[in-house]
Design a protein around this ligand. Sequence first.
Ligand SMILES: [Ca+2]
Length: 302
Amino acid sequence: MKKILKFNLGVALLCGLVLSFSACNQNNSTDDLSDDDLQDLGSTVISETENAASSTSISDAITGAGGLSIPVSEIQTRSVQTRALPAGCLTIVGSTKDSDSDGVPDSITYIFDEAKCTQNVPLARGGGTQTIGGQIKLEDTKPTTADRSYRETLTALKYVRDPALKPKFTETRDGTREVAQAGNTSLTQTHNITLVRQVALRAKVTLVNKMAFAFQVSGAGTIDLNQPLPAGTFTLTGSNEFTVGNKISRVFTTSTQVPLIYNPACESQRIVGGELRLTTPKTEVKLVFQACGTEPVVSRVF
Ligand SMILES: [Ca+2]
């Protein structure tokens, strides 16, 4: 804290001497973001990346009322996927009508009643509970062309995780993800998602994800209807606007230093390799993805 105060005092004095120095009015010093802030930034981008990767395949689904599949994208964890949702948790608006029979309904909305959507999580996956709330609208963006292109619109979609040993956190998402598939070995995804993430005892952070993902199958796998997304690599480009509380805000350019490796066999943290860089003119952060189920490492690049 002392270092930051000293630095800010130095900047104030310098700005007092050099009134025309425009950067003095922009409050964009790197030192405004503490190491803890950068860890929060990293964790938030990682969560979005994992979620986005999961949302590239609607077959990667949970089983809801009546056995109907739901895109797992924002629901996040496989522990939900493999079990039925609690009674009364899910309401479906619209129908499963699929005009082009490509597996994507023309238009359907899934509504989760937060008061009835709490589940216990097995200890092997961290224990405690998780809760879902809010809505996912799924639309076929080309309802008469069987290309599996679709849009998800998220409205106050809430995910609350209260593990046995780690701090509780809440994530709320609003916005859209669009997926377009070319052939059966690649697809692209564009995001315009605002994620608000609150970890217990930490400042609330907001991330506006405007990233584009390109997925390429590796090996002999193909992207097939009602089959999980096969192993492959993701390349990300775009931007992330990161805000801590209501005070510090930065727009980071997102780039892929090493393509991300997607392993569908993992229970969690299915991106098992690769590196992202988040940069502003004064700050660079790297996210290095690790093995299956292992938290990625977030660090400042000096
Ligand atoms: Ca369709």
